[in-house]
Design a protein around this ligand. Structure first.
Ligand code: HEC
Ligand SMILES: [Cu+2]
Length: 474
């Protein structure tokens, strides 16, 4: 009983100097045949292996094919000499992943030769056919996939460049920036194609056939490939940062005859001062083909000056010492839109202004009109202050309800306040509402929304002008 049971147990001798090799195989065998069906002995040197071969009489010998300490000739002579039925399996865990089986009884001289000469082929197959076929196949796949990458790159680049991702070019800075954008588009197209074409091609060409169960070949790694795919992106990023830095410098080249404009952002509007002419405007009017030097600041939170057609962008920061500069050379006559590119509160999305690029003659005409309108009439001045200080982004002139009450008919009426009392809207009330907006809150409107800073921002004369203007809105 005991004896017959014993006969079913396979004896496996594992020869490898690397203990992990034997442990891994034992685990595999255990999972496959059950722990008790196989008995193992690990031999870590040639001497040990030969001794165990004689004394223990294994059914199967598994040799680590990559282990150079196993002396093949000696092993082979020993292996042939024995008389027990015995198989030798040579297992390699290296990239080629070969498993070669030699059977002592059928071992031919040619196979013995192979074994000695470190040949990796299945003993029955001629070696030349085996080696060159997959190589040729790989080259063919690489060429086809490479061509597909090229085609896909150009199609994608053509699409990216032609679906109008970039707005019209209206400044010389935009030309520089677009050059970089186009280089990016090209690389986006190339990298996308490189990845997607290889994935797609492999999915189609190397999918498993119907009914196929086997695992794919085992790969431990490919150093060449890893070096290539580290160096190419690294080089690309470094090249782009170099080109980017140079382009940035190019967009900032200063010209001596630049027009000075101070840009002030506040919740939620822009105002432009032309210190050389004493003009304050709600529109940014610029002469074509002359550099403008913008000095940007903010009265409250951070805003950001951005005209997409000019491409360049700059934050406007609160604080007198934080004036930021931006140079633009408008080169295309037209009307554009200034956006605030920094989320700055409730009406951020409406924080726009008209930007007009006009001919030199038109610019001069505009300047002289603005200068002569520098105004003798308090009501006209008041209207200008109301526009330039953002009042009319919260107060309508036509009766519609914005953030604050409309100015239409606001003066001279009874106003109901939040505490239920009423008050006559006379000059004193209007003055108090402007310099101390939280003192009396109009019913139905939020407190602390109207800025409390106008008493410092505006002169007494300007406030009087504003009151004069409000009284005319009927
Ligand atoms: C951010 C929005 C906002 C801005 C900008 C703003 N206001 Fe107001 N204003 C309000 C709100 C809200 C009220 C109503 C609550 C209150 O009485 O404080 C109000 C109330 C007033 C009132 C009282 C109106 C009435 O019908 O009784 C006056 C006058 C006024 N604002 C003038 C101005 C002037 C002048 C400016 C510009 C220099 C200005 N406001 C800018 C939001 C604003
Ligand atoms: Cu803003």
């Amino acid at each position: 009983m005991d004896h017959s049971q014993q006969a079913h147990i396979h004896r496996v001798l594992i020869a490898s100097a690397n203990p992990l090799f034997g442990k891994g195989l034992q685990k595999l065998y255990g999972e496959r045949w059950g722990k008790n069906a196989v008995e193992f002995i690990l031999a870590s040197s040639m001497g040990e292996t030969l001794a165990k071969l004689d004394s223990w009489q294994p059914d199967l010998v598994i040799v680590d094919y990559d282990d150079k300490t196993i002396h093949r000739e000696e092993f082979l002579s020993h292996f042939i000499a024995g008389d027990r039925p015995m198989q030798v399996v040579l297992v390699s865990l290296q990239a080629s992943g070969a498993v070669v089986v030699y059977d002592r009884h059928t071992l031919t001289p040619a196979q013995a030769e192979n074994w000695l000469n470190d040949q990796w082929q299945q003993p029955s197959e001629p070696k030349s056919a085996q080696r060159s076929a997959p190589m040729k196949g790989n080259v063919k796949h690489l060429v086809i996939a490479g061509l597909l990458v090229v085609v896909s790159t150009f199609i994608l680049y053509f699409l990216l460049a032609n679906i109008g991702l970039l707005p019209v070019v209206a400044s010389t800075q935009a030309i520089t920036i677009d050059r970089l954008f186009n280089a990016h588009f090209f690389f986006i197209a190339l990298l996308f194609s490189l990845i997607m074409v290889f994935i797609g091609y492999s999915l189609v060409m190397f999918r498993s056939k119907r009914g196929e169960q086997a695992d794919g070949a085992y790969f431990k790694g490919n150093n060449t490939l890893e070096i290539i795919w580290t160096i190419i992106p690294l080089g690309t990023v470094l090249a782009f940062s170099f080109v980017g830095a140079r382009n940035l410098a190019e967009t900032r080249v200063a010209e001596p005859q630049a027009l000075n404009v101070t840009v002030t952002g506040f919740q939620w509007a822009w105002v432009f001062d032309y210190p050389d002419y004493g003009i304050t405007s709600r529109e940014l009017v610029l002469p074509v083909d002359r550099q403008v030097l913008l000095s940007l600041t903010s009265r409250d939170v951070i805003h950001s000056f951005w005209v997409p057609e000019f491409r360049v962008k700059q934050d406007a920061l609160p604080g007198e010492n934080l004036v930021k500069q931006l140079r633009i050379n408008p080169n295309r006559i037209g009307e554009y839109k200034l956006l605030c590119a920094e989320l700055c509160g409730g009406a951020h999305a409406n924080m726009n202004a008209v930007v007009k690029v006009v001919s030199k003659a038109d610019f001069e005409a505009w300047v002289s009109k603005e200068v002569s309108a520098n105004l003798t009439d308090p009501v006209a001045r008041g209207q200008k202050w109301a526009e330039n200080n953002g009042c009319i982004s919260c107060h309508s002139l036509d009766g519609s309800k914005l953030v604050g009450p409309t100015w239409k008919g606001a003066a001279g009426e009874e106003v109901t306040l939040a505490d239920g009392t009423t008050v006559l809207s006379d000059d004193a009330y209007l003055l108090k509402s402007i310099v101390e907006p939280n003192a009396q809150i109009v019913e139905g409107y939020p407190a602390s929304v109207m800025p409390g800073t106008y008493s410092q921002l505006l002169t007494d004369e300007q406030i009087n002008d504003l009151i004069a203007f409000i009284k005319t809105v009927k």
